[in-house]
Ligand binder design. Structure first.
Ligand SMILES: [Zn+2]
Ligand SMILES: [Zn+2]
Length: 343
């Protein structure tokens, strides 16, 4: 009686003769018809695996026929099921991977594009820094030029002041024979010389000593215009001027004043000095030979001042450098007088 052993070869020959059936656990003897599973190598009685003798014959005699026990077939079926599930998962994973790869590609592209942008930005920043540095250098250079120009302007300005002062001295010198009469009532202007002589009645001075007289500006109702009197000589003018304190009262009981005929510039300077006296910043002020004289206090000797700058520096101790440079000396004097005005 042939068995499966002849086909299973040497391994079957060497097996333990007291082998048991994988299904019923009874002994499989050499007299039994049995079959061996190609997967688990267990032996089975053919009746335990419901195999007919004809089927056993085919299994034993045909080459390349494998037989699997019920248990192995079930396991294989399960495994195939699991494998197909795994395959589906694999397909899904592959598709996910493709998506991921695409995403990675996109991210990489974005990253590269950002890198390009960043390096462009870095370049721009560097360029801007350089431009800024250049601009700063240029500004330093320009401010140097401006400083030089300012110094030149300052020099020119001082020169200008000096010229204007010289001019003012000449103007003042041309008025040395003059006096200015303030608050003398206006009447028939043909009698102006007589009116002037009557003011002081000095025997030494006659109409011939008066070279010319005129009222300043257009007539006003409110106030008598100032009179400029030009004497023929400085000597006569000085005599007349020295008697100025003894003038009678004029219109509305106002005293008539006889002053030196100052240039516009000196009048303004004298006006500001008088204001400082009123506000007690200055002891006293007067004019002498066309110059403005100030006295700071009882003890100090009187000094002549030529500009608002001098007035200011004497009274407040300011230096010229303290103020902004003005384009003309008259502007400077405006600065000074506006400062004095604010007292
Ligand atoms: Zn059995
Ligand atoms: Zn098996």
């Amino acid at each position: 009686m042939p068995t499966a052993r002849s086909k299973e070869g040497t391994s079957a020959e060497n097996r333990n003769p007291r082998e048991t059936c994988g299904k019923c656990d009874e002994e499989v003897s050499n007299s039994d018809l049995f079959v061996m599973c190609s997967t688990c190598s267990l032996h089975y009685h053919i009746q335990c695996q419901k195999i007919s003798k004809g089927k056993l014959k085919v299994i034993q005699e045909e080459d390349g026929i494998l037989w699997f026990c019920h248990a192995c077939r079930r396991t294989t079926r399960n495994m195939i099921g699991k494998m197909s599930e795994m395959e589906k998962r694999l397909v899904s994973l592959e598709s996910q991977m493709k998506t991921s790869i695409q995403e990675i590609k996109n991210l990489r592209n974005q990253c590269e594009s950002l890198q390009t942008k960043n390096s462009a930005l870095e370049k721009a920043v560097t360029e801007t820094k350089e431009n800024l540095k250049n601009a700063e250098n240029q500004r330093g250079f320009q401010s140097g030029i401006i400083d030089n120009l300012r110094r030149d302007l300052y020099k020119e300005h001082n020169r200008n002041i000096s010229i204007e002062q010289q001019l003012d001295c000449i103007k003042q010198a041309s008025r040395e024979n003059n006096v200015r009469i303030v608050d003398m009532p206006e009447s028939d202007e043909k009698d102006l010389k007589k009116q002037i002589l009557d003011l002081l009645s000095i025997p030494d001075i006659t109409e011939e000593d008066i070279q010319s007289t005129y009222r300043l500006g257009k007539p006003k109702d409110s106030k008598a215009r100032d009179v400029i009197v030009k004497f023929a000589s400085k000597q006569k003018r000085d005599i007349f001027y020295s008697m100025r304190k003894s003038t009678p009262k004029g219109r509305d009981n106002k005293k008539v004043f006889i002053n030196e005929d100052l240039t516009q510039f000196r009048s303004k300077l004298f006006f500001d000095a008088r204001r400082l006296v009123k506000t007690r910043k200055l002891h006293s002020t007067w004019t002498q030979e066309g110059n403005v004289i100030i006295k700071l206090n009882e003890e100090e000797s009187p000094v002549a001042i030529a500009t608002h700058q001098e007035l200011r520096s004497k009274v407040f101790g300011y230096q010229f450098e303290d103020i902004e440079i003005c384009s003309t000396s008259s502007e400077i004097d405006d600065c000074m007088s506006s400062d004095l005005n604010s007292l």
